[in-house]
Design a protein around this ligand. Structure first.
Ligand code: TUI
Length: 315
C-alpha cells in the first residue's frame, strides 16, 4: 500500500485520479474508478449544466465513494456548471484550461476540495493563494489542451513553488510512471489516456483500437502557432489541421471552426476522417482493454514493487 497524504485528505484508497476527458468521462467511468479506490472525475467539458447535474446524480447511484467533477473553464457554460457543482456539494472540483479565480469562494464555501490543473509553477502559486486544496501539474505529454513544459521538468518545480499537495499528470500510464512521479515530489498522479481503454469507458470501439495500436510517435500537438495547443492522435483530421494552422492566410476564428465538433465525432462516432482523437504520448504503452479496477490494481502493484526495490540502487 502506498501511503499518500492525498488519500487521507480525500478519503480515497489509491493516489490515482482519472483525468477528466470532455465527451468521454461520464458517470459510468467516474463511478468505476471511484469504486476501484481511485478518484473518478466527471468531465463538464462544454456540456450544459443540466447534463452535468444529471451525470452527478447518476454517479451517486453507482458509487458512494468520493467523486470529482471537472469544470472546463473555456466552456460557454462554465459559470452555470460551477454553480451546479457547488449546489451538489461535489467532494472534489478540478478545473482546466483557465483560471478558477471567479468560482473559488463559492466552491470553498460549499465544502468542495478545489484541485486546479495547472501547466506552470506560476499558475500553481496563484491557485494556492486563492485557496486551492492541491494542484494537478500537467506536462505537455498529456492528451487534450496542453502547456509547454514536460512532466519531468514541471513536477519538481511546482513542488518547490507551493506547499499544498501536488499530483503529476502527463506521460503517466503505468506503475513506472507513478513511481517516477512520487520520486519527483508528487503525492499522486492523474491518468487520462490509460482510462480511455477501460471497459467502463463508453467511447466508440475504433477510438480504443486506435489507442491500442498507437506507437510512441503517433500523437501530434496542433494549435501551437494559433489557437490552443491540443495533443491528439495523428489522423487525417489532425494532420490537416496542422497544415492549415501554418497557412498564413487562416484566421484564428476559421481555425476554431475547423476544430468544433471534432472531439465528439471521435468519441461518439469513431469518425476516422473528421474526428479529433485526443490522446497522450503514453498511448504506445496502452496494450489492452481492462476494467478500471484491473488498471488501478495493476498500476499500483507495479509502483509498489518498484518503490520497494528502489533502495537496492543505493549501496
Ligand atoms: O484543460 C486541460 N485539458 C483539456 S481541456 C479540453 S477541451 C478543449 N477543447 C478544444 C480546445 C481546447 C480545449 C481538452 N483538454 N488540461 C488542463 C490544462 N489547463 N492545460 C492547460 C491549462 C491551463 C491553461 C491556462 C490552466 C490554467 C491556465 O491559466 C491561465 C490563466 O488564466 O492564468
Amino acid at each position: 500500500m502506498i501511503n499518500s497524504k492525498i488519500c487521507d485528505l480525500l478519503g480515497i484508497t489509491y493516489p490515482i485520479f482519472q483525468g477528466a476527458m470532455a465527451w468521454i468521462s461520464d458517470a459510468q467511468l467516474a463511478a468505476a474508478v471511484s469504486n476501484a479506490g481511485g478518484l473518478g472525475i466527471i468531465a463538464g467539458g462544454s456540456a450544459p449544466a443540466a447534463y452535468v447535474r444529471e451525470q452527478i446524480h447518476q454517479a451517486r447511484q453507482l458509487t458512494d465513494r468520493p467523486l470529482g467533477v471537472n469544470v472546463m473553464l473555456m466552456s460557454p457554460f462554465a459559470a452555470e456548471v460551477a454553480e451546479v457543482v457547488a449546489q451538489e456539494k461535489v467532494p472534489v472540483v478540478t478545473t482546466g484550461a483557465g483560471s478558477p479565480a471567479p468560482y473559488m469562494a463559492t466552491w470553498r464555501e460549499a465544502g468542495c476540495a478545489v484541485i486546479p490543473v495547472v501547466p506552470s509553477s506560476g499558475i500553481a502559486k496563484v491557485v494556492e493563494r486563492l485557496g486551492a486544496t492541491a494542484v494537478v501539474a500537467e506536462g505537455g505529454e498529456s492528451g487534450g489542451h496542453i502547456g509547454d513544459l514536460t512532466t519531468m521538468s514541471l513536477i519538481p518545480q511546482v513542488c518547490d513553488a507551493v506547499s499544498i499537495p501536488v499530483l503529476a499528470a502527463g506521460g503517466i500510464g503505468d506503475g513506472r510512471g507513478v513511481a517516477a512521479a512520487l520520486m519527483l515530489g508528487a503525492c499522486g498522479v492523474q491518468m487520462g489516456t490509460r482510462f480511455l481503454v477501460a471497459e467502463e469507458c463508453s467511447i466508440h470501439p475504433s477510438y480504443k483500437a486506435k489507442i491500442i495500436a498507437a506507437k510512441d510517435i503517433d500523437t501530434i500537438a496542433t494549435g501551437k502557432r494559433l489557437g490552443h495547443p491540443v495533443r491528439s492522435l495523428k489522423t487525417p483530421f489532425s494532420k490537416g489541421f496542422f497544415d492549415r494552422e501554418y497557412d498564413s492566410s487562416i484566421t484564428n476564428e476559421e481555425l476554431e471552426k475547423l476544430g468544433e465538433g471534432a472531439l465528439r465525432l471521435a468519441a461518439h462516432d469513431g469518425d476516422e476522417e473528421a474526428g479529433c482523437f485526443m490522446a497522450g504520448q503514453i498511448s504506445g504503452l496502452v496494450h489492452a482493454e481492462q476494467s478500471a479496477e484491473e488498471i488501478i490494481t495493476e498500476v499500483m502493484g507495479e509502483a509498489e514493487e518498484l518503490l520497494r526495490k528502489a533502495s537496492a540502487w543505493v549501496v
